[in-house]
Design a protein around this ligand. Sequence first.
Ligand SMILES: *[C@@H]1O[C@H](CO)[C@@H](O)[C@H](O)[C@H]1NC(C)=O
Ligand SMILES: *[C@@H]1O[C@H](CO)[C@@H](O)[C@H](O)[C@H]1NC(C)=O
Ligand SMILES: *[C@@H]1O[C@H](CO)[C@@H](O)[C@H](O)[C@H]1NC(C)=O
Ligand SMILES: *[C@@H]1O[C@H](CO)[C@@H](O)[C@H](O)[C@H]1NC(C)=O
Ligand SMILES: *[C@@H]1O[C@H](CO)[C@@H](O)[C@H](O)[C@H]1NC(C)=O
Ligand SMILES: *[C@@H]1O[C@H](CO)[C@@H](O)[C@H](O)[C@H]1NC(C)=O
Ligand SMILES: *[C@@H]1O[C@H](CO)[C@@H](O)[C@H](O)[C@H]1NC(C)=O
Ligand SMILES: *[C@@H]1O[C@H](CO)[C@@H](O)[C@H](O)[C@H]1NC(C)=O
Ligand SMILES: *[C@@H]1O[C@H](CO)[C@@H](O)[C@H](O)[C@H]1NC(C)=O
Ligand SMILES: *[C@@H]1O[C@H](CO)[C@@H](O)[C@H](O)[C@H]1NC(C)=O
Length: 797
Amino acid sequence: MDGQVQKKPDANEKKEQWKQTYFLFSLFLILSFNFNLVSAKYSDGVIVTEADYQALKALKHEFVDFRGVLNSWNDTGSGVCSSWAGIKCVNGQVIVIQLPWKGVGGRISEKIGQLKALRRLSLHDNVLVGAVPTSLGFLPNLRGVYLFNNRLSGSIPPSLGNCLLLQTLDLSNNQLTGFIPASLANSTRLLRLNLSFNGISGEIPMRISQSPSLIFLALQHNNLSGSVPDSWGGFKSAHHSYQLKSLALDHNLLSGTLPSSLRNLSLLEELNLSHNQIIGNIPDELSSLSRLNFLDLSNNNFDSQIPESISKFGNLSVLNLSKNKFKGQIPDTIGNITGITSLDLSENNLTGEIPMSLLNLPNLTSFDVSYNNLSGTVPSLLVKRFNSSSFVGNVQLCGYSSSTPCPEPENLPSPSQGAVSVKHHRRQLSTKDIIIISAGALLLILLVLCCVLLCCLIRKKAASKGKNGKTRGLDPRGAKPVPAVGTEVESSGETGGKLVHFDGPFVFTADDLLCATAEIMGKSSYGTAYKATLEDNNQVAVKRLREKITKGVKEFEVEVAQLGKIRHPNILALRAYYLGPKGEKLLVYDYLPNGSLASFLHARGPETSISWPTRMSIAIGTTRGLCYLHIEQNMVHGNLTSTNIVLDEQNNPKIAEVGLSRLMTTAANTDAIATAGTMGYRAPELTKLKNASTKSDVFSLGVIILELLTGKSPSEATDGLDLPQWVASIVKEEWTNEVFDVELMRDASDIGDELLNTLKLALHCVDPTPAARPEAQQVLQKLEEIRPEKNVDGDVE
Ligand SMILES: *[C@@H]1O[C@H](CO)[C@@H](O)[C@H](O)[C@H]1NC(C)=O
Ligand SMILES: *[C@@H]1O[C@H](CO)[C@@H](O)[C@H](O)[C@H]1NC(C)=O
Ligand SMILES: *[C@@H]1O[C@H](CO)[C@@H](O)[C@H](O)[C@H]1NC(C)=O
Ligand SMILES: *[C@@H]1O[C@H](CO)[C@@H](O)[C@H](O)[C@H]1NC(C)=O
Ligand SMILES: *[C@@H]1O[C@H](CO)[C@@H](O)[C@H](O)[C@H]1NC(C)=O
Ligand SMILES: *[C@@H]1O[C@H](CO)[C@@H](O)[C@H](O)[C@H]1NC(C)=O
Ligand SMILES: *[C@@H]1O[C@H](CO)[C@@H](O)[C@H](O)[C@H]1NC(C)=O
Ligand SMILES: *[C@@H]1O[C@H](CO)[C@@H](O)[C@H](O)[C@H]1NC(C)=O
Ligand SMILES: *[C@@H]1O[C@H](CO)[C@@H](O)[C@H](O)[C@H]1NC(C)=O
Ligand SMILES: *[C@@H]1O[C@H](CO)[C@@H](O)[C@H](O)[C@H]1NC(C)=O
């Protein structure tokens, strides 16, 4: 009896381990479900509820399983929660159905409404037909519906308005028709609504435009008609701040004018209304959209002048007003939008000259004013940057190609009265033009020269001795400033958890994170690291901290907010953290596909060699990151190992686990130091002292440099000695060359001095006496002396 009870969990545990190593695993499972699973091991396994089992059977019955991906949906229900493909449960209830890209056809059964706990339905990129089930409206917990890229038809069920927790509804690229139900705006959590690429008709409901939670609204490529609602940002009295960042309504049949209420969307970055039938002007009020980055109003019927206030869109990068009937002159003020990269004003009815202010736009790479009614001379700097296709179709425009020469001022034919003033005016301008252009050209040349000189100087300086490089040494690209940290967005998870974003490239919700597909990357004394793939296929690295050893929530939040501000090219950026209702703590970082330095060095095939320049640039980058921590952040790492250094695509190193010791209890940190000891990175004084210092970090750095030089892992003792002792013993006996990685010895005649000097430096770092070790800053200076930067960039394999 006893034996039996013991045997069962054991087998289960093995299975569990196997799964963790080889299977994609869900963070949600790990977070919420592990507890159930653990307790279930000692009972009889998780049995799905009868209602859910029947619903899944009905679903399978109506699906057409072309590729046999549902073969695992076979037995009597005991395996639903453990082995059915794409199913996740909590307490025996299905919470996730996730089967994207599986070639699944057929229909989605209305029985899905029986899965009362369902939170996420992800069946995108399949070949499903039929309607979006009305019964989805019976699911009060539904957060995410991802049915895009299928062949669904019929209309969008208004019952979805009952799902008050809905965050994402993506039905794009199907064959849906009918109207957009206003009830979709019932959810005050709705972040992303994507109904694009369907055949939806009717008007855009006013209530949708008033949603205070929407961040992305994508309704492009439909058959929507009527005017664009004039109720953006809802009621002016409301104290909401409106979150909308991206509004795409292009390729529809919208008419009427551009509503001035768009001005309320103060966070708007992208506005696309192209390919509609909008008339009138661009209201001056819209100039409050100073964040706007992308504005496309092309292929409409705008018939006003382009307002001077267009320059208030100071952050615009793309402006497309082509294929309208804009008339009058191109406003001079466009030259104030200094960051613009693409400007398309083609196929309008613009007149007058091309303003000289356009020469102020250094980043303009795409420019088109073709097919207007412009006149005068094209500024020669524009002619140089853009070919004639940018200017054709303007009968009175000259000087942009050899076939459109401008008339010589002297040879002007006797003009009529009206033309006199025009031409006279133009001649005056032309003289001015020439002066301005020459002056401009001269300035530009001077500027370019200056830049080139400066760059050379900076590079040389950075590359050479660097004796006065106090701050420069902290940043590998010399002059580039550390990027500023952006706004913090906080969103409460529906589980009662809390997700806090620092600045970063990804938008995701707590639910996205918890339901992400995750794969274990590694474990450390502080917790487990996962590679998580979000619904949009973006990848992040997630560290789940061991709960029992983290500090209390208040202290934790104060510390983690500090860590979220640390930005340096050689430090892995913390992008967000999640606090779960049961005290779970997740840290979200950038995911770097090249893995850790440890695996790069020690887990490569015999064919892959790592060049000396690559090794050296890793050493220098790591040292830069450490300098930044020690000097700018006044922070000790405490656990620097080659497993805690990750590499990006160019093998630039980034230090991970920065500041984690601040989130942990003292006991946990003592533990971590002990672990570092067994791995061979711990400074000898830490066997007695409990607190890591900058000098103990330098010891670890020295071990890492030795690791780079010898190709040996410090955990594998050689002749019973740890890596520093082993190296020291050989150097003492003057067999110095024996220590280096054999593949480095091939080039020893060229790099011999560099190898020796680096070895000396590394041995200095691992001096048993802390006071004798250099500071990280001195290590950096030495490394830069040994290998000036000019050699570092190019040679990466
Ligand atoms: C059910 O599916 C699982 C997974 O595909 C498979 O291992 C098992 O043999 C199947 N059972 C039956 C009775 O077909
Ligand atoms: C909306 O769906 C379309 C088509 O699937 C896709 O290209 C687009 O990126 C989506 N936009 C948003 C904001 O989700
Ligand atoms: C959702 O919206 C519809 C129409 O906009 C409304 O009639 C209905 O009462 C709302 N449902 C809930 C549950 O708030
Ligand atoms: C849009 O509506 C027009 C007529 O109003 C129709 O001819 C066209 O097929 C519709 N397009 C789609 C994609 O439904
Ligand atoms: C650009 O956008 C920021 C807000 O992100 C705003 O503070 C700034 O004033 C804008 N710049 C211009 C030139 O409008
Ligand atoms: C914008 O451009 C106009 C004309 O080029 C100039 O007079 C004006 O001072 C500029 N405004 C700003 C805010 O730079
Ligand atoms: C032009 O582009 C560069 C590189 O993206 C950027 O650093 C610079 O700030 C831009 N210039 C302006 C005036 O926006
Ligand atoms: C263009 O503008 C001119 C006068 O400004 C007007 O006579 C002409 O009809 C306009 N053409 C179009 C196509 O609107
Ligand atoms: C161009 O402008 C002139 C007057 O400036 C007008 O007479 C002519 O119709 C315009 N041409 C077109 C094609 O709009
Ligand atoms: C002008 O440049 C565009 C792209 O910049 C190119 O597509 C086009 O072929 C060029 N035209 C000529 C006449 O060189």
